[in-house]
Design a protein around this ligand. Structure first.
Ligand SMILES: *[C@@H]1O[C@H](CO)[C@@H](O)[C@H](O)[C@H]1NC(C)=O
Ligand SMILES: *[C@@H]1O[C@H](CO)[C@@H](O)[C@H](O)[C@H]1NC(C)=O
Ligand SMILES: *[C@@H]1O[C@H](CO)[C@@H](O)[C@H](O)[C@H]1NC(C)=O
Ligand SMILES: *[C@@H]1O[C@H](CO)[C@@H](O)[C@H](O)[C@H]1NC(C)=O
Ligand SMILES: *[C@@H]1O[C@H](CO)[C@@H](O)[C@H](O)[C@H]1NC(C)=O
Ligand SMILES: *[C@@H]1O[C@H](CO)[C@@H](O)[C@H](O)[C@H]1NC(C)=O
Ligand SMILES: *[C@@H]1O[C@H](CO)[C@@H](O)[C@H](O)[C@H]1NC(C)=O
Ligand SMILES: *[C@@H]1O[C@H](CO)[C@@H](O)[C@H](O)[C@H]1NC(C)=O
Ligand SMILES: *[C@@H]1O[C@H](CO)[C@@H](O)[C@H](O)[C@H]1NC(C)=O
Ligand SMILES: *[C@@H]1O[C@H](CO)[C@@H](O)[C@H](O)[C@H]1NC(C)=O
Ligand SMILES: *[C@@H]1O[C@H](CO)[C@@H](O)[C@H](O)[C@H]1NC(C)=O
Ligand SMILES: *[C@@H]1O[C@H](CO)[C@@H](O)[C@H](O)[C@H]1NC(C)=O
Length: 792
């Protein structure tokens, strides 16, 4: 909506006042008929629905002198919060008129109003649900960009106010000018009810904040996204977004012109911008933000690699299965009309040749899990500008790495068994605390479930498994591979041979739409460095999450070494139950550690950018970073942390008696923001470098309170300039200052920024990833200050 000039507010504010003040009731009528014709904009009259929730009338056109448009708006929503729900297309001046004639016609300035030419009726009325009706003509059947509760989606089309996007066939979002589809709801939408339950065909539903009675609307916004909003008077009279179709705004077609690549903004809002790939320059003076080729293609060409980029074109997409990269590449080289090709490194043989004259709808998203190879002339010398990600793509996962064998156990790496036992006890107590909070929530869930009904299952989300399927997949839960705060984890195999990790949230009864909404959100998060949630099971009181199985276990087992005798003594430790787990883990070398840091940073940045506000943060610690076949890091348990209460987290931190991975604001009264994750990540980063648990850095001479790991590392690195002292003893020997200094320096400096005491001093996760990549300059960090946990 662009109805936002001061004059508009001013004028419409009067309407607002009139609506609320009965003394102006002569200006309001409950139905418009021949006896109150004509209706003119200058009369200040409005038509009210019987329940007074909706108002119809002439409202001034913004930025226009004396022009009006017939509209419907919410009576009780301030103009500033965008209260228009429907508008006519014809603008009239102040002497315009709406008339019901003696022939029962509805005329606006002498012509039939909207599509009422075929309709004869005696009155125009506004119903309680916001529907304007004249005989069998209805505003509900001729919507603009908004659909209200009780309004059927069947047979209608929505057009965004800027005319760019269309929602059609109750299901598809398309670019209006081209009919190019870019989104589809899981099933065709039917309608939303008063409580906000959005029904779809096939007895399925979309999940949002349903429940309370409040104003709600479905809007096709000018940015091309379809959203459900709920009006929260208690939160500054705002419309809050409670559901949206598209999570990655760059996948909306038409965000950028031809040959350009849409790149998401760095911050948490949904901004995007358009970049030209190397070898292209922005169009001069064109209306679109497109790009033109600098050197036209000749006989000899080369390919520039653009990581995580996807393109289509004005020609064809030819998808083939290529055994290897060479096959995919040579096919595109040979074809004159081929502009480039998409390729996946995951061994799936994904190869798409893109032919035509111009590339279109380019976007960058880690969700593509692919690289695009852009054909440019051989003489083009600019390197690819999407190389920030080249390194990950090269290293993330295609090759098998050979790892150095672990060094012989030595006294320097021996850990005090007492510390481990204490830790274990702390974990146990913390686990019990989480469990209680779980239980409390589920009791609430169960109550809600009886009112909402279990039918409120999100459609198009993760697959719903039956309990017997899970039982069969896990061979009757026979292969326990871990025990965590959230429940036991079993290994299993689905009938399609996918290996899965099955997490049982045990002894939990009841079920609830909110819970499933969370599962849906988690399952929507697609990133190379996030563990994928494939499905869930809710049956017989079981609450089970089905994840992809990550074979190598968690980072802590590689980083923090327990020597052999200790691990034998501690077979009961969590995650030690798999008898197949080899005792000796290979040592991670510097480049692997760097790669893990980068992968984790990118995944968290992705979570932060994609998560809506109510999706809380991750619980970042080495236990939650799993390593894939090829040491590709994958974050697990994201989204589950939101089930924890702040108090529980504090309890856990206090039990440990030393600062762990939790940002100071968990202990203070400050609000928890995404910057808390940045802090935790900083700790993990330092641990990657040092191979020491941040709360285990204890010296026999000094008491633990006098140690603050980040402060200690800062002094070693930047004051004493003795880098080698903070490096992991296991690979200290492999450290070569010429080749590794830059990498280690960048990791430590970035960590120092992440570990700043005050959240606002810490960079955003997107920035952190860039700092690690080396694509932004890292200023000298301040020394992280010690914070004490309190009186103890
Ligand atoms: C309401 O009517 C008065 C006089 O009839 C006019 O001066 C004023 O501009 C009108 N207000 C609106 C909002 O149209
Ligand atoms: C027109 O509507 C008004 C109320 O808005 C009502 O009082 C009047 O009786 C109606 N007239 C006709 C002819 O229906
Ligand atoms: C209002 O518009 C009508 C036709 O649309 C025109 O005839 C009339 O002159 C206009 N009046 C004013 C005051 O602009
Ligand atoms: C509406 O009324 C007009 C005039 O009375 C008449 O010519 C026309 O046929 C009617 N239309 C319908 C659909 O009844
Ligand atoms: C929507 O429809 C239901 C059932 O038809 C009805 O009970 C409810 O009052 C309607 N809501 C509105 C706002 O009209
Ligand atoms: C409305 O009713 C008239 C007859 O009363 C019919 O000719 C016309 O097609 C109907 N319009 C719609 C949209 O149903
Ligand atoms: C939408 O596209 C159609 C053709 O597909 C065109 O006629 C119409 O004018 C477009 N609407 C807007 C508002 O641009
Ligand atoms: C509409 O108005 C009625 C009566 O004033 C009220 O009970 C109802 O809650 C309102 N509808 C919504 C969605 O707020
Ligand atoms: C998003 O953030 C950018 C940069 O901070 C800002 O310029 C832009 O106005 C924001 N957009 C929205 C819709 O808030
Ligand atoms: C790619 O596959 C083809 C056919 O399977 C084979 O001839 C070729 O040697 C392979 N190239 C590489 C680099 O592996
Ligand atoms: C690239 O975009 C096309 C068209 O939207 C889509 O069909 C294809 O799956 C996308 N490729 C990847 C790797 O996401
Ligand atoms: C990596 O090594 C494992 C065993 O060491 C083997 O099974 C797997 O096929 C190898 N993967 C690749 C891509 O070579």
């Amino acid at each position: 909506m662009s109805l936002s000039t001061p004059s508009f507010f001013f004028l419409t504010f009067f309407f607002f006042l009139f609506n609320l003040q009965p003394s102006f009731s002569q200006h309001q009528f409950s139905s418009f008929n021949i006896s109150n014709s004509p209706w003119q904009p200058s009369q200040n009259r409005t038509l009210l629905s019987p329940n007074k929730n909706f108002t119809a009338g002439f409202s001034p056109v913004p930025n226009s002198n004396n022009l009006f448009i017939f509209s419907i708006w919410y009576s009780k929503v301030p103009k500033t919060a965008n209260n228009i729900v429907w508008s006519d297309t014809t603008q009239v001046n102040s002497s315009g008129s709406l008339v019901i004639t003696s022939k029962s016609e509805l005329l606006l300035d002498g012509s039939p109003f909207q599509g009422t030419a075929d309709t004869n009726a005696s009155r125009l009325e506004l119903k309680d649900n916001g529907e304007l009706a004249f005989g069998n003509w209805s505003s509900f059947k001729n919507p603009t960009n908004t659909v209200l509760p009780n309004q059927s989606f069947t047979g209608i089309e929505l057009l965004s106010n800027n005319g760019k996007f269309r929602f059609t066939k109750s299901q598809f979002l398309v670019l209006n000018s081209t009919s190019d589809q870019y989104y589809s709801t899981p099933n065709p939408l039917l309608s939303m009810d008063d409580a906000g339950k959005m029904s779809m065909q096939g007895n399925s539903f979309l999940t949002s904040d349903y429940g309370d009675p409040r104003f709600r609307k479905v809007v096709l916004d000018d940015d091309g996204n379809l959203r459900i909003y709920s009006f929260y008077p208690e939160q500054n009279n705002q419309w809050l977004e409670v559901w949206k179709g598209i999570w990655e705004m760059c996948t909306i077609k038409g965000k950028c012109g031809s040959n350009a690549i849409c790149v998401p903004g760095e911050d948490l809002n949904s901004s995007t911008h358009c970049d030209c790939p190397s070898g292209f320059t922005p169009n001069q003076g064109g209306s679109e933000e497109g790009c033109t080729r600098k050197i036209s293609l000749s006989q000899s060409t080369q390919f520039l690699r653009l990581d995580y980029v996807n393109f289509t074109s004005d020609g064809n997409l030819n998808k083939i299965k290529a055994d290897n990269f060479t096959i995919c590449e040579s096919g595109c080289s040979r074809d004159k009309t081929c502009l480039g090709f998409g390729f996946k490194y995951d061994g799936s043989g994904y190869c798409v040749w893109v032919t035509g004259t111009n590339l279109r709808f380019g976007y960058w998203s880690p969700g593509t899990e692919a690289a695009f190879f852009l054909k440019v002339d051989k003489s083009e010398s600019t390197p690819s500008n999407f190389i920030g990600l080249t390194e990950v793509m090269q290293t993330t996962c295609p090759v098998n790495l050979s790892l150095p064998l672990p060094p012989k156990d030595s006294n320097t790496t021996a850990r005090n068994i007492a510390i481990i036992c204490t830790l274990f006890a702390a974990e146990l107590i913390a686990g019990v605390a989480f469990f209680w909070s779980f239980l409390k929530r589920y009791i609430k869930y169960r109550d809600m479930a009886t009112t909402l009904g279990l039918e409120l299952l999100p459609a198009g989300g993760p697959k719903r498994f039956t309990y017997s399927e899970i039982k069969a997949a896990t061979n009757d839960f026979s292969n326990l591979i871990g025990k965590g705060g959230f429940g036991d984890v079993y290994k299993g195999e689905l009938p399609d041979h996918r290996v899965v990790a099955v997490k049982c949230l045990k002894n939990v009864t009841g079920g609830d739409a909110e819970f499933w909404a969370e599962v849906t959100i988690i399952a929507r998060m697609h990133h190379l460095n996030l563990v994928r949630l494939w499905g869930f099971c809710a049956e017989k009181g079981q609450r089970i999450l089905v994840y992809e199985h990550i074979p190598c276990g968690s980072l802590d087992k590689y980083l923090f070494r327990v020597n052999k005798s200790h691990s034998n003594n501690n077979n009961h430790l969590k995650d030690q139950t798999n008898p197949n787990t080899p005792q000796q883990k290979p040592v991670l070398d510097w480049s692997m550690r760097y790669r893990i840091a980068l992968g984790v940073a990118r995944a968290i940045a992705y979570l932060h950018e994609e998560c809506l506000e109510w999706v809380l943060h991750c619980d970042i610690k080495p236990e939650n970073i799993l390593l894939g076949d090829d040491f590709c890091p994958k974050i697990s348990d994201f989204g589950l942390a939101k089930l924890r209460k702040k108090e529980d987290m504090v309890t856990m931190s206090r039990r440990r008696g030393t600062p762990g991975y939790m940002a100071p604001e968990w202990i203070t009264a400050d609000p928890i923001t995404s910057k808390a994750d940045v802090y935790s990540f900083g700790m993990v980063l330092l641990e990657l470098v040092s191979g020491i648990r941040n709360f285990e850095i204890q010296d026999s001479v000094l008491r633990s309170e006098e140690w603050y790991f980040p402060g200690w590392a800062f002094d070693k690195m930047f004051k004493e300039m003795r880098v080698e002292e903070i490096l992991d003893a296991q690979i200290r020997n492999a450290y070569d200052s010429r080749t590794h200094f830059d990498m280690v320096n960048r990791m430590v400096k970035t960590a120092m920024w992440c570990l700043q005491d005050r959240p606002e001093l810490r960079p955003t996760m997107g920035k952190v990833a860039k700092m690690l990549e080396g694509t932004v300059e890292i200023l000298e960090p301040k020394k992280p200050t010690v914070f004490f946990l309190g009186e103890e």
